[in-house]
Design a protein around this ligand. Sequence first.
Ligand code: ADP
Length: 461
Amino acid sequence: MAARKFRKVMAANRGEIAIRIFRACTELGISTVAIYSEEDKLSLHRYKADEAYFVGKGKSPIDAYLGIDELIALALKADVDAIHPGYGFLAENAEFAEKCEAAGIVFIGPTAEMQRALGDKVAGRKAAVAAGVQVVPGTEEPIAKEEEALKFAKEFGYPIIIKASAGGGGRGMRVARNKKELLEGLVAASSEAKASFGNAAVFLERYIENPKHIEVQVLGDNHGNLVHFFDRDCSVQRRHQKVVEFAPALCLTQTQREELCTAALKIAGQVKYRNAGTVEFLVDQEGNHYFIEMNPRIQVEHTVTEMITGRNLVQSQILVAAGHKLSDPEINIPSQSAIDMRGYAIQCRITTEDPANNFAPDFGTLTTYRSAAGAGIRLDAGNAFTGAKITPHYDSLLVKVSSWGLTFKDAAHIMNRALQEFRVRGVKTNIGFLENVVTHPVFIKGNCDTSFIEKHPELLQ
Ligand code: ADP
């Protein structure tokens, strides 16, 4: 079937990713539709689209963006051809993908079946095993009885990580170093999983000490073609949540890079994946890699991959969803070798959080907002301008700063300079903390593992 041309696309999201989607659409000559909640009626994403509609009357600020039937009815009324879900909210909701398609609206992402085959960590592990890719030793199924957990502990020993099947954002995870912690952790992780994801299922994995988190960006068209866009290092984490990401990883040899990218394509191929996705691995101190999960969506840190490859991933998502082959001139990826990389890119997530107070979210009005500019910097901001009201209702991401340099050191220096240029007053931010990270000698060597922030309390000063 020939590719079609979308006339109008809706972003079923808010903040920076909604604006990112509108920019991609406008560059492709596609009209844009925003949705906004009561709490977001003055938010920037509303004004960055060609049309904007209020949604979620009487609903909570989060639920306003989760009304599947309301959003689809609105999309039909506004005559949109396709919906881009961004990340979070409905991005990994198979029912939403299904209902969009049933209503004749293209869902810009993988099919509901692919989401089901990957969205759940236990299912994702099975897909990896079927593809012949090494996973972290773990239980094949969620834990139904204490005895199963104890049996696993006996076989593999401690430490063990308890993870929610439906988990995300670092929630629902517990590390257990002995039997007592394992049994208590099972109960705690399970109830946290139930509260956060509506699904209490938890499973076990061997806990790898001080690994690196390396992930591979993939993209597939609707015709069975798949490519990767190399790797990102997302090891700088706080409580298992990414804080600074960069591409490409410095710790991989050429052979390791090829192995990881090949493994990522195998897993994506196993589920006949389409659209953008990320295959995540842990790399241990000996350099062995283990699959942990595949995220069937665009990710926050996609900007660094765009900067090193010169490719526009969000536009590619839209074009493949419209039926274009990767090799079509619009996307222009006739083969894997058409994708190359140059230099290094780093992304910092500036958040409205107070590092001195355990990163508690801060709220209020931005009395001053002056952002960085100049060579080598890209900004993806949400509701960031002087006078903007930062509310407690949504996540605390204010602006993503991405830097590019020919060497990693250049990229780090540009990032530090950019962070110093920011003036944000009225609401506390983590800018000082980020400056400490990107100037730290371990970071400059590209050698942080996931315990870096925990091991360096001086970063908080
Ligand atoms: P989420 O979906 O909540 O982000 P992930 O499975 O992607 O969870 O893991 C997030 C982070 O948690 C990893 O980057 C790593 O720091 C840590 N982690 C996850 N699994 C393990 C493991 N088996 N051993 C050590 N650390 C782990």
